[in-house]
Design a protein around this ligand. Structure first.
Ligand code: SAH
Length: 195
């Protein structure tokens, strides 16, 4: 519903992030497979999670799970700077090349395990995780700033998962709210081993 979020969705060409054979499905409201057995999320869920993050053009945001780069490109329209982490080298490299081609300058990516967050850039007022965690990673809670918001799907792989909104107040106290049921690929420990 948020006008700024809808504008961002309108200005990012989703077909650029979808594998060529599936390009005809780019504007359907469904998740689609990308390389390495991962998925580009359903546009509705991308918009919903972005809106729940309460974007602020003065702030930076941390994304865990770069994948195709689509969610990161939307965030880049709404935040001062995006930091995005991916555990597959191939996905990380392709997304970086795409950001360069699309001339998205306010986005920094790294290859790594998102469970650890991005210590050099912490704290963050906004953190979004785009893979389902079994439990909320402690390092991400630590790297969430006071008055910060984290949006993260939590639940077992292939099981019941819920998007949580985690907030910190000005005393650093953490609160949790359950939003909607979802189905995400799992947040996996460590770097991916690729052939
Ligand atoms: N935001 C992506 C969604 C990709 S699916 C998009 O818009 O396309 C989730 C991604 O999270 C996958 O690419 C997967 O490899 C990545 N991922 C899973 N566990 C991770 C971890 N521990 N650290 C970083 N990335 C992770």
């Amino acid at each position: 519903m948020d006008t700024d979020v809808l504008n961002a969705i309108e200005r990012v060409p989703r077909e650029a992030f979808v594998p060529a054979p599936l390009r005809g499905h780019s504007y359907e409201n469904s998740a689609l497979p990308i390389k390495s057995g991962q998925t580009i999320s359903q546009p509705y869920i991308v918009a919903y999670m972005t809106q729940m993050l309460e974007p602020n053009p003065r702030n930076k945001v941390l994304e865990v799970g770069t994948g195709s780069g689509y969610q990161a490109a939307i965030l880049a329209k709404l935040f001062r700077r995006v930091y995005s982490i991916e555990r597959y080298r191939s996905l990380h490299t392709e997304a970086m090349q795409l950001f360069e081609k699309l001339k998205i300058m306010n986005l920094t990516t790294k290859l790594g395990d998102g469970h650890k967050g991005w210590l050099e850039q912490a704290p963050f007022k906004h953190i979004i995780v785009t893979a389902a965690a079994e439990d909320v990673p402690g390092a991400l809670v630590d790297q969430l700033d006071d008055h910060g918001i984290m949006i993260i799907p939590v639940g077992p792989d292939e099981g019941d998962q819920t998007i949580l909104k985690i907030t910190k107040d000005h005393h650093g106290l953490v609160a949790e709210e359950e939003l909607i049921p979802v189905r995400f690929v799992p947040l996996v420990q460590g770097l991916a081993v690729e052939s």
